[in-house]
Design a protein around this ligand. Structure first.
Ligand code: GRF
Length: 203
């Protein structure tokens, strides 16, 4: 299986997936890491690993449609079975999302359906929730509302700042995202209509 990972920055989730794929000898290769921003540290890590990289800079495109079309053609050049959004900070158009229906995952730093959108850790602190976390979901055109694949919860502590809470959540992201991607490449995870199917055995 072939995986293409999209990033916008640091790429620590991408790194966790690359390292798990290597250490656990997944039946898959990371075919490319693509960023919508040049000069991000995630690209340096990918290059150092010998993974092909590409930049499709959104600022070079006048419209979201043009950017998504360019991104789609670069992605499809790597013929992925799965597209992994890992801290990819762009809203995607419906045609793009539909093109990868059932084969695109995202990680969101909250326990969805709570706190979609940006600044999730601040949202959690403001709401006063005692549990927060992260969610891996299939991507659908409805932002941050796709079918849920995996979640991890962490406590919110009285002394938490956005930074300390984000760090606690990120640690869990690095566990559940590689796990979910592994399920997919092993053929155990699929989207059937609007439902997630996770089986014990490879299908
Ligand atoms: C992660 O918390 C991800 O869930 C969020 O942005 C952060 C990206 O981190 N949307 P990284 O680029 O994977 O290090």
């Amino acid at each position: 299986r072939s995986i293409v990972i999209l990033i916008s920055g640091r790429g620590s989730n991408m790194e966790a997936i690359v390292r798990a794929a290597q250490a656990e000898r997944w039946p898959a290769k990371i075919s490319a890491v693509i960023s919508n921003r040049p000069d991000v540290s995630g690209l340096e890590f990918a290059r150092a690993q010998g993974i092909p990289t590409a930049v499709v800079a959104n600022k070079d495109y006048a419209t979201r449609d043009q950017f998504d079309a360019a991104m789609q053609s670069v992605i499809d050049g790597f013929a992925p079975d799965l597209v992994v959004l890992a801290g990819f900070m762009r809203i995607l158009t419906a045609p793009f999302v539909d093109h990868y229906a059932g084969r695109m995952l995202n990680i969101h730093p909250s326990l969805l359906p709570s706190f979609p959108g940006l600044a999730t850790h601040r949202q959690a602190l403001t709401a006063g929730v005692r549990l927060h976390g992260a969610t891996v979901h299939f991507v659908t055109p409805d932002l941050d509302h796709g079918p849920i694949v995996a979640q991890a919860a962490v406590p919110v502590l009285d002394a938490d700042s956005e930074e300390t809470l984000a760090a606690r959540v990120l640690e869990q992201e690095h566990l559940i995202y590689p796990q979910a991607v592994r399920w997919f490449v092993e053929g155990r995870l699929a989207l059937q209509g609007a439902r997630v199917r996770l089986s014990g055995d490879a299908v």
